[in-house]
Structure formats: structure tokens, C-alpha cells
Design a binder for this molecule. Structure first.
Ligand code: AMP
Length: 609
């Protein structure tokens, strides 16, 4: 997650109070001289250090639950930069206004905090161990869920630290600290027998002292009368800098013998954080009731759902992977999920060797012409080759009472309908999250040299409110390795409002044409399911585009997202970004808002019994 202060020249990162004062002294101690640093106590917080009358003042800036930033008792601001700008005009309770930034000396970057330097590896290891993912599925989970996983591990990171010894007794702690040399400040942390409490055991004058760490109602950790911290590892880092009431500061840790200290310490995930291998059932809103029953709802990540990984990721199941399925393995329900050009889509269940999966079955209407059958077979053949968590996978075809295309189930329905019906409930960040997932799926298609040719909000299906998959490959084409576009022989029943100029004018289809459609899909999503180009007819839209006009910014759409839409609507396909660039742009924005906004609780789920 990017740090919203990282780009500020007066931001020093994770430095101590005394280092901050040294920098201010070196810069001349003029009134209003200031710098910003990372708060060592609260996650995502900062400290503003200011000089006035040759004195130092340090103001903690907390990140609030709604994602804004404020000095205690002061006004809320949307970011640390905006906050500093405000206090440069109005002291509003501070010792003075911010007059002169104390910029970092040339060549000095912000000092990374302990978590900053290890988080990338931790995210990877956490996803790998928790969801047991490998290869592409692992990489895609890292890209799409890093902000949520970071929040999850921030609170469990201590379990990976060498100084954390888990649930050992007081006696065991003493015996570990008394073995070998006993310098002042030698320490370890252990889990205490009482619920949600820990103990810090510390050597001073060859004697071990034990301090109880408890949590307050807000979940902050503290030692009696001491400073409060969001996480245990922050408490340790802080107490390394100053004793804060302890008999001595923390100096040297006693490594947990069950960790391989030489390598980066990656013990097995703590049993309490051990994850489920996929939930078998979930609510379509992407939440489950909190298993503790307190009433909170907890967020399901895409990796928690049964359709994140391919149904054939198990090698046993892979043995049966064929395009044509046995009718006896398929149960077709009466329930209709929707209707398309081909016929209806029904709910069903497909029986595999070891499991049964929920499926959607596209049934070809009887009496359809031969071409419809061929079209469906082609769609099945194309989709059968694609395996990505953000694309609806085709399980296969079944020829029985009708020709049936069997797909993974995405029970949340099409994106445009979902957003329209929930327009007052779904926050704009949620729309960004879903459109980022569509970009991941499209980047995958681009890499595989497939063109979709019908990307639109109606063809993005939701597994739940936080998980989207691209579907409907009826018009798709696999390009030959050395082709960059597909030249349609004739025009057909085309979704003109979603098509780039070169598709309409020259029948040339490439991933760049899909990028144009992605821009229109974004517009549909940020308008919460409005129809693009309102009452215009297809040919009018072409004239509108050729005049250099584009659809306006939807009312709730962030400017960054409208800018991306406009880039997708670059007239010349050579100048238009590809999906690699589009995904990077939307990812950067998505991570930045995920850092700013406190989300719903994300927890690792236990598999239901
Ligand atoms: P289509 O013919 O592909 O446009 O599908 C028509 C409708 O059927 C869609 O708008 C969805 O409501 C539903 N549908 C299609 N595929 C699925 C799926 N894989 N999972 C759930 N519903 C689906």
C-alpha cells in the first residue's frame, strides 16, 4: 500500500523523536520549521515535529476510522499533505503555523519502518500459506488483494518475529532468558494464559522482569500506564527506543528456538490464523456473519470462495478435464438465472471425482440454426482454454436434451444490474475494486493474445459484491501468435457503443479495442448501471466520437478514474494504453484509496463444519 506521505520532501519515515530534533537543529531552528515522520505507535499515523522559540513540539497525527487524518482535537483532513497545507495557513491550536519545511538532505530517502521492509514478503508468504496458492493464482491474489491482506497481517505480524515465543510459560521464558549471556535489555514476548493478553519478559541486572500486555476496548495494546499501540510489533519497536515505564529499554531479543533464525523467519502460520481451504457457502454480498456472533459481518476475499482456483487445480480432478461432459454428472435445476441470445441460463450442479460444484448452464434453444450451435461450441472451446480467477471458467459442453455450456456460477449477476439495484449502498471504492479485477482479467486475455470483443458491464458477472469475473466470450477470437488484430470479414450485430473507432471503421479488433470497451464499462460502473450515450443511436455515437467528444465524468466518479476512462478512449489505437498500463494505473489508485479508507473487517475464515 503506498504511503500517502512518501512523496513529501519533509517526510522522514520511521525516525525517532531525537533524530527528528537533530534534523531540525541542523536546519537552523527557525520558528515554524517542521518535518513529518511515521508514528511508531499507530498504524498509518504520523508525527508532526515543529520548532517554536527554540523549543521542539511533537504532534501525533492519527489515521481515523473513516480514513481521514487529524491532530488530536483538530480538524480532519483527507491526507497528511492536506493536513500540513492547512496548518501552514492556520495554527488552529498548534504552537505556530508551519512556515518552513525541513526537507530531507540530498540523497536521504524516508527511513523504512520495520513493517515497510518486510511487508512485501509477508504478503506473499501469508497468501501462500493461508490459501495454499501457487503460480498464477498466487500472483493474481497478491495483486488483487494486497491492501486487505496487509491489514490482516499487520495485526498478526508479531507471530513472524524472532522475539515472539508463542504460548510458553513464565518458567520457560525465564529459562530461555537465563541461558547464555544475560545482558540488560535481553527480552522475549510470549502469549499469556489469559485471553487476548501477552507478556514481555525482560532481563535487567541478571534478573528477569515480566510485564503484562493487555488490550483496551478499542483493541489497542498497552502495558499498565504505558503508551497504547495498534499492534504488538509496534509496541516492541517503540520500547526499543525508550523504556516508557519499563526498568530498561528492549535491546536484544532471544530468538524463538522453533524458528529457523538464520533464514527469514517464516514459521507456520499461527493456528488461530490458519485458513480454511475455501468456503463452501457464502452470502452474495461477500460477507459472512461474524463467527463470534458479536454481530459484525466479516469480509470474504476472492481466495475464500470456491471459484477462485480452477475446479481442476487438484491433479486428481485434472485427469477428467475434457471439453465434452457426461450428462450423468450434471444436474440441471429448473431455476433460470437469466436469458441470452442463445436461450436461457439455468442453475445446476456438476459432479466431479471428489466434489460437486455449483454451475450455470447455458441451454441452446431447440430449433436454433446450425450457426448458433457452432457459435456456442466456439465460445466453449475458447473459454475452456482460459484459466484465471477473474474470468468465468467453462467446465465444458454437454450434448443431451439441448446443447449445454456448463460454466462456473457467478450468482451475483451482471455488474450493471447489481450496481443499479445497490446504487445507494455500494461505495465508489468498491466499484474501483471490481474494475481493478476486470483489468486483471483483461490483462490476462491480452497476454494470451485473445480479444474479447464484447466487454461491457452486462458481461461482467459478480460472484459477490467484492469479486467480479468477465464472461460471455461469444464474439471472442484467439489471435495467431504473430497477429496483433483480427479483421472481421463482415459487420454483424455489434455492440457499437462499446466499440473503438478502428473496430467500426475498419473492422480491426485487437486488445486495444478491448481497452476502449473497458473505458465504456468503467463509465457504466461509475454511473451505477446507466446506459452509455443515452438516447443516441450507434451511427450518431460514431459521429460524436469523431468530433472529438466523449461521455462526461459520472457524478460520483473520482477524477483519477475519469482520466483513465479518457485514456481508454484515445482515438488512435497506437496511442491508447494497453491492459498492462491500464491495470497498473487502476491498481495504483485502488491501493492509494485502500490505504486511506478504513475498510470493513477482513478476517481469515474457518471452514464451516
Ligand atoms: P448471456 O447469454 O451470457 O448474456 O447470459 C444471460 C444471463 O444469464 C446473464 O445476464 C446472467 O444473468 C446469467 N448468467 C450467464 N452466465 C452466468 C454464470 N456463469 N453464472 C451466473 N449467471 C449467469
Amino acid at each position: 500500500m503506498p504511503n500517502p506521505a512518501a512523496h513529501l520532501p519533509f517526510y522522514y519515515g520511521s525516525i525517532s523523536r531525537s533524530d527528528a530534533e537533530e534534523y531540525l537543529k541542523l536546519a537552523g531552528m527557525s520558528d515554524g520549521l517542521f518535518l513529518l515522520r511515521q508514528c511508531l505507535r499507530s498504524l498509518g499515523g504520523y508525527v508532526l515535529s515543529i520548532v517554536q522559540n527554540l523549543q521542539f513540539y511533537h504532534y501525533p497525527i492519527e489515521r481515523q476510522l473513516n480514513g481521514t487524518y487529524a491532530v488530536a482535537g483538530g480538524k480532519a483532513h483527507c491526507g497528511p499533505e492536506e493536513l500540513c497545507e492547512f496548518y501552514s495557513k492556520d495554527a488552529d491550536g498548534l504552537c505556530c503555523t508551519l512556515r518552513k519545511p525541513c526537507n530531507r538532505p540530498g540523497g536521504v530517502g524516508p527511513q523504512p519502518g520495520i513493517f515497510d521492509s518486510i511487508r512485501e514478503n509477508m504478503v506473499r508468504e501469508y497468501i501462500q500459506q493461508t490459501w495454499n496458492l501457487e503460480g498464477d493464482a498466487l500472483e493474481q491474489a497478491i495483486i488483487s488483494q494486497a491492501p486487505q491482506v496487509e491489514k490482516l497481517i499487520a495485526t498478526t505480524a508479531h507471530e513472524k518475529m524472532v522475539w515472539y515465543h508463542g504460548p510458553i510459560s513464565r518458567e520457560q521464558a525465564e529459562s530461555r532468558l537465563y541461558s547464555g549471556a544475560q545482558p540488560d535489555g535481553k527480552f522475549l514476548m510470549r502469549e499469556s494464559k489469559e485471553k487476548n493478553s501477552y507478556a514481555l519478559s525482560l532481563v535487567y541486572g541478571k534478573t528477569v522482569y515480566h510485564y503484562r500486555i493487555v488490550q483496551d476496548k478499542a483493541g489497542k495494546y498497552f502495558i499498565e500506564d504505558g503508551t497504547k499501540f495498534d499492534t504488538l510489533w509496534q509496541l516492541v519497536e517503540y520500547l526499543k527506543l525508550k523504556p516508557d515505564g519499563l526498568i530498561y529499554y528492549l535491546k536484544e531479543s532471544t530468538p524463538n528456538p522453533s524458528m529457523t533464525a538464520a533464514a527469514a523467519p517464516v514459521p507456520p502460520v499461527h493456528p488461530s490464523a490458519m485458513a480454511p481451504k475455501k468456503l463452501t457457502s457464502q452470502n452474495s454480498d461477500g460477507y459472512t456473519p461474524d463467527p463470534t456472533g458479536i454481530g459484525n459481518k466479516t469480509r470474504i476475499l476472492p481466495m475464500d470462495t470456491p471459484c477462485y482456483e480452477s475446479p481442476y487445480s487438484d491433479p486428481e480432478e485434472l485427469k477428467d478435464k475434457k471439453l465434452f461432459l457426461k450428462r450423468s454428472n450434471l444436474i440441471v435445476d429448473e431455476v433460470e438465472l437469466g436469458a441470452g441470445n442463445f436461450g436461457c441460463v439455468r442453475k445446476g450442479v456438476y459432479k466431479m471425482r471428489k466434489k460437486q460444484i455449483d454451475v450455470a448452464i447455458k441451454m441452446l434453444k431447440s430449433g436454433n440454426e446450425k450457426t448458433a450451435k457452432e457459435d456456442m461450441m466456439r465460445e466453449a472451446y475458447i473459454m475452456h482454454q482460459l484459466d484465471n480467477p477473474y474470468i468465468v471458467r467453462v467446465i465444458g459442453l454437454c450434448e443431451a436434451e439441448a446443447l449445454m455450456l456448463v460454466m462456473e456460477m457467478a450468482s451475483g449477476g451482471p455488474l450493471n444490474k447489481f450496481l443499479y439495484s445497490k446504487r445507494d449502498e455500494v461505495p465508489v471504492n468498491n466499484v474501483v475494486e471490481l474494475m481493478h479485477q476486470v483489468a486483471i482479467g483483461m490483462k490476462f486475455l491480452e497476454e494470451k493474445n485473445f480479444v474479447h470483443r464484447d466487454l461491457a458491464a452486462r458481461n461482467v458477472l459478480l460472484v459477490n459484491q467484492h469479486y467480479a469475473k468477465i464472461s460471455d466470450f461469444g464474439l471472442s477470437k484467439a489471435l495467431a501468435a504473430d497477429d496483433s488484430y483480427y479483421l472481421a470479414k463482415t459487420t454483424g450485430k455489434w455492440p457499437l457503443k462499446w466499440y473503438a473507432p478502428e473496430c467500426i471503421l475498419f473492422r480491426k479488433f485487437s486488445s486495444k479495442g478491448d481497452v476502449w470497451s473497458y473505458g465504456v464499462t468503467m463509465w457504466e460502473a461509475f454511473t451505477y448501471g446507466q446506459k452509455p450515450y443515452k438516447k443516441m443511436k450507434g451511427p450518431e455515437v460514431i459521429a460524436f466520437i469523431e468530433e472529438g467528444k466523449r461521455m462526461e465524468c459520472p457524478p460520483k466518479c473520482p477524477p483519477e478514474m475519469y482520466k483513465l476512462m479518457q485514456q481508454c478512449w484515445t482515438f488512435k489505437w497506437e496511442d491508447r494504453p494497453d491492459f498492462v498500463a491500464v491495470e497498473t494505473l487502476i491498481r495504483t489508485y485502488y491501493y492509494s484509496i485502500a490505504a486511506r479508507t478504513e475498510e470493513e473487517p477482513v478476517t481469515v475464515k474457518k471452514t464451516p463444519a
